[in-house]
Ligand binder design. Structure first.
Ligand SMILES: [Mg+2]
Length: 274
């Protein structure tokens, strides 16, 4: 209340020297920001409270997005198969030609359209997307056999609508992780399977970028990079391989024996992750 009296007196005093418009400008710029309002219904505190709530809400959303729930009753005991997106399931061509949306990788130039779908991001970027041969069948069958997850180094604003296209009902991928859930080290985004809160003996990552395996080399299943090859059979091979290990109590010995990533990438891991 005392603040109001001071402000009123000050305003009356200034009125004699300047016009109303100057007074309001002066008060708005110099006085109001310096006052501490204990009244929570004042315009300033309402604004601050709104901003604070918005910050807390976004913080909660970020936390929830990365939180993976335990296996559902229908998935209990299933092998958790984490799938990369770009050049593993699809290959995208962006209208701007820039690569800020995806992991920075060397990619084939001028790939041909193949089983293509097109969508537009909120930014206006038009994305032309090639589907890897056999993708629809692979996802349809694999989602029954395994607990499927998506984990991409792409940013959410790009990868989320793409995954929506592949999984329109949201019943294929149990959870999606994006770039913000990756470990950025040595100029690349690596993928940490610990983010899924699953036992390490029953989870694996399928990825075309070997560097993504660095946090857990024993859990990696490398796959060739896909761009536009209509003869590509990688998903057929992957289907058979997954079937051969899906019931093993610990898949890591089979993966080490098959791909030897633990030895091949040991030095890279030390250099990049320390
Ligand atoms: Mg990839």
């Amino acid at each position: 209340m005392i603040y109001c009296i001071y402000v009123y007196m000050f305003v009356s005093y200034l009125k004699n020297f300047f016009g109303n418009i100057y007074i309001y400008i002066y008060i708005y710029i110099y006085i109001l920001p310096k006052l501490h309002f204990s009244d929570k219904h004042s315009p300033l505190s309402l604004k601050m409270e709104k901003e604070y709530r918005s910050y807390k809400l976004n913080e909660a959303r970020r936390a929830n997005r990365s939180r993976v729930l335990p296996q559902s009753a229908s998935d209990l005991g299933k092998l958790t198969v984490v799938l990369d997106l770009d050049e593993c399931l699809v290959h995208s061509r962006l209208s701007s030609g820039q690569d800020a949306f995806r992991q920075d990788e060397e990619r084939k130039e001028d790939p041909h359209p193949l089983d293509e779908f097109v969508f537009t991001l909120n930014s206006g970027e038009v994305v032309h997307c090639n589907k890897r041969p056999g993708l629809d069948l692979f996802l349809k069958t694999a989602t029954k056999e395994y607990e499927l997850m998506a984990y991409t180094a792409g940013i959410e604003s790009y990868a989320s609508p793409l995954l929506d296209y592949l999984d329109p009902k949201g019943n294929i991928f149990r959870h999606r992780l994006y770039r913000d859930a990756c470990i950025y080290a040595g100029g690349i985004y690596t993928k940490d399977l610990a983010r899924f809160n699953r036992p390490m003996n029953r989870i694996l990552l399928v990825d075309n970028n070997a560097m993504c395996f660095l946090p857990q080399l024993a859990n990696g299943v490398p796959i060739s990079a896909f761009y536009d090859d209509q003869e590509d059979k990688a998903l057929v091979v992957l289907t058979k391989f997954l079937a051969s290990i899906k019931n093993k109590p610990d898949v890591r010995p089979s993966l080490i024996k098959s791909f030897n990533l633990v030895n091949l990438l040991r030095e890279h891991r030390t250099q990049i992750l320390g």
